[in-house]
Structures are given as C-alpha cells and as structure tokens.
Design a protein. Structure first.
Length: 367
C-alpha cells in the first residue's frame, strides 16, 4: 500500500480553529449539548413482499455502548429501525438479488453520497437498504452536529445493521446468503466493527452473517480487539489527505482483522480528502475529530484511554446515562480532540471508488 503525503496550506480560519482545539474546543462543544432526545414511538415492522421498496420499518435496539451490547443486550432500549430500500428492476421471489445495508456518516445522509450510492447499486442489480440511525432515536436534521455525533453511537449503528440484515432476510426478492454491509465515515466504523464474531453472535446468531463489509473512510481511533471475525472479507477505502483517518492506526486495525480470520483489502486515494462523494466543494472543515489517541476496551468491554476506563464501574445501561457519561468523557479527551480536516468532492476518487466497489461486490456476489 503506497501512501503519498504532501504539505497542505491551511486557511487562516482553519489555523485558528486548530489552535482552539484540544481541551478548550472539547469543553465548548460538549457544554453546548442539549439533553438526549427520546426514541421515536415504536410501530409495527413493515410487512415485506416481493415488490416492497421505499421506506420500511424493522425492529432494532439502542445499546449505545459495547458493554451493553455484549453483556446486557436485553437492557438495550427497543428502537424502531428505519430505512429506505432501493430494489433493482425485475427483482422478484423467482429472481432474487443480492443486497447491501448502507450506513450513513455522523451527519446522516449527505447530498451526493448515501442516496446516490444506493441508487447506483440498484441500477447495477444490487438492492440497497439505506438505514436512518437518527430519526428513530429522536434526532432531526435541524439538531446540532455535535448532538448527531453523541446522540447515536457506533454501536447503535451496528445494532441497526444487524437488524437490517434480519429484515432483508425476510424479503422474498432478496437472497439472504448474499447480503453485505457498507458504511461511510462513522458508518464505516460500524461496518468494520460488525465483523467481530462476538457482536454477530449477540445480535443475529441464527442467520448467516454479512457476506462482506465495506468501510469508506471510517476513523480508526477505537481499537476493537477482535479475536475472531465472522470470516467475511473487508474492503476499506481511505484518503491520503484526510486527517480524520490515521492511516497507520487503520493499517494496524486491519492487520488485527486479518489475523482474526478475514481477508482485508485497502485502497488509498493519496490526494483525496474525507467525503469525496459529497456535492460540497473540497474545503478545510471546522468539524472535530480524534487523533493521537487510541481507545481500547478492557475485559468488561468498557472503553479505556491511557489506562483509565471512560465508563465507571456499575454505570446504568440506559441511553440517557450513557450519553451523559460519553459527554463527560468527551471533555476529558482534551488534546485528543482536533479540529479541521479536508473534505469535499473529488471526481477522480468518486469515479474510481464506484468502479472498484462494484467490481468487489460483483465478484463476491458472483454476479
């Protein structure tokens, strides 16, 4: 894997934001957060027929943290999973098609990325279920970006992914043996974490696992020490000018996944930044990210930073408590919180990634 580096001239405003980073920025961002919204009222799952597409509902849960997911899954709050299903033309019970679960980034589905990717997959004979991690948990488009980051966790997204897998297995026009998962940014973290056999065994033990996993520039600050994966392969897409992705840390995580039983391939676009599919032009953002720190998990599955658990022993498993704990631990991250990374549309990376994604999926789905 070749990684090219170059010096990047940062606008004055971005420099100022970088100077504001660390403890001061973390304190400012987390102090401004409102209370966690309640999950949306539960509704019956959508009855799936051969022709069903568009908005669908399915049963999910909100574990919020890894220890709840693995140790106390029954205490994860019941949540109504939601998503938009894109079905290829001609799909039917007699002509079943493969499918991908698509997980959005921390800002949700952005113009140019998730919906467009799902439609591209459907146009190429692959169904796509674009999951909404936010609306079922009471988070709307108008709410602050920081609340979107903290109000839903990567483990909520993992729970949604497996809930979507179970739902798609009930769709008559979809081949349950050929369902994969992919995600962008925070969704990429979830797509990668869902490879862990312990997680699959808790969330969907009685159906076949995801056939493949695809991670589009999911940050690698959290080290999930997988001893065993489901055995399904991973394809990672990364960018050389995306500071939110530590390429060395990502390579280390991918090496762990290989050792744990999965084939892992990585593509790095040396001159691209984050969100290269976005309709927004390339720019230096003012968004926060974590860098220079690695969050590990102890034997109780609590996150640990520099030897200190970020969740106190005996913490209650409910979402509101865990949200408040994560907000407080966010303040403690201090200099781990950085501000500003390059993001925005890159036509070259977008075109190449689409081609390489389809090539990977069609080969694995034997299309």
């Amino acid at each position: 894997m070749h990684i090219l580096t170059k010096t990047i001239a940062m606008p004055l405003g971005a420099v100022a934001l970088s100077l504001l980073s660390s403890a001061a920025w973390a304190q400012h961002m987390f102090d401004a957060l409102p209370p966690l919204p309640r999950v949306a009222p539960l509704m019956p799952p959508t009855e799936l027929r051969s022709e069903t597409q568009g908005e669908i509902r399915f049963k999910s849960s909100s574990p919020y943290d890894l220890d709840v997911l693995l140790n106390q899954p029954a205490k994860a709050e019941a949540t109504m999973g939601m998503g938009k299903l894109f079905l290829p033309k001609g799909a039917s019970e007699k002509k079943q098609v493969p499918a991908m679960v698509v997980l959005p980034g921390s800002a949700g589905a952005i113009p140019g990325r998730e919906n467009e990717t799902a439609q591209m997959l459907a146009d190429n004979g692959i169904a796509a279920l674009l999951v909404d991690n936010f609306k079922p948990r009471g988070i709307s488009e108008e709410m602050p970006y920081a609340l979107k980051i903290m109000g839903t966790s990567e483990f909520d997204a993992v729970a949604d992914a497996y809930a979507a897998l179970k739902a798609l297995n009930k769709h008559p026009a979809i081949d349950g043996w050929r369902i994969g998962v992919m995600g962008f940014s925070k969704g990429g973290i979830a797509a990668r974490m869902s490879m862990d056999a312990r997680i699959r065994d808790k969330l969907a033990p009685f159906i076949q696992p995801f056939a493949m996993h695809v991670d589009f520039y999911g940050p690698c600050y959290a080290l999930l020490q997988s001893q065993k994966t489901t055995g399904s392969p991973l394809l990672s897409f990364r960018a050389g000018e995306d500071a939110s992705n530590d390429l060395v840390a990502c390579a280390q995580q991918e090496a762990i996944l290989r050792k744990a039983g999965s084939d892992v391939s990585t593509v790095v676009y040396a001159k691209a930044g984050h969100d290269w599919e976005s309709d927004k032009p390339r720019e230096m953002t003012n968004r926060p990210y974590l860098a220079g720190c690695t969050i590990e998990f102890n034997d109780k599955y609590f996150p640990v930073l520099n030897g200190q658990p970020l969740i106190p022993a005996g913490a209650q498993p409910d979402r509101q408590t865990r949200y408040q704990i994560r907000v407080q631990s966010g303040k403690a991250l201090g200099d781990c919180v950085k501000v500003g990374y390059i993001a925005g549309r890159d036509e070259s990376a977008r075109s190449l990634a689409s081609k390489q994604l389809l090539q990977f999926l069609k080969a694995r789905f034997e299309m």
